[in-house]
Ligand binder design. Sequence first.
Ligand code: GSH
Length: 215
Amino acid sequence: MTITITAFDRSPDGGKGLARDTRVRWALEEVGQPYEVRLVSFGAMKEPAHLALHPFGQIPTYEEGDLGLFETGAIVFHIAEHHAGLLPDDANARARAITWIFAALSTVEPPILELMTARIFEGDKPWTAQRMPLVLDRVRDRLGQLSARLGDADWLDGAFSAGDLMMVSVLLRLRASGLLDEYPNLSAYVARGEARPAYKRAFDAQLAVNKPPAG
Ligand SMILES: N[C@@H](CCC(=O)N[C@@H](CS)C(=O)NCC(=O)O)C(=O)O
């Protein structure tokens, strides 16, 4: 059955791979599943046809036969459950890998998104300068804890898993801030993720859509 995902017809990041279709592409590349991409504009995302698939009018979505999914956590989990390569066979190790998907999305990503919001959407507000140290502290708290847990391991719990895929995807959003560089083991962890051939294929596929025109 054909898998179709949605992505921005033009990502606001200009192809840096930060739009969330990249993590879904990455998961599909890791498990070797071909997929098609339907590109949608910001306008089309708020139209009834897309809202029927994604109640919040966002990308990415995932369609396969009768199944329609939204939320990258659910999509990556679904891919990992149905294809070998992203979750260990051992039941406990599998549960722990799934836990890292949740941790990435519900514990690590929120303060990072808060930082993005403060910088990008609220940068011109009079209270931002006062708020920023608090926002940065919250990100550093999480990074410090994650860094301590990772230690000198390559991945969060044994072999690379969907949990690492999600955590690396979330951390990549910090690259431009320089904050990751304060935690060399996390920087190296993210670099290991980016070095995976499947990540590179996913990144290149989104770049082909979003690359700014030459000149
Ligand atoms: N929690 C959602 C977030 C989805 C999301 O924020 N998508 C962004 C692109 S990365 C989007 O569609 N933004 C446009 C909008 O919200 O109007 C997920 O993980 O799938």
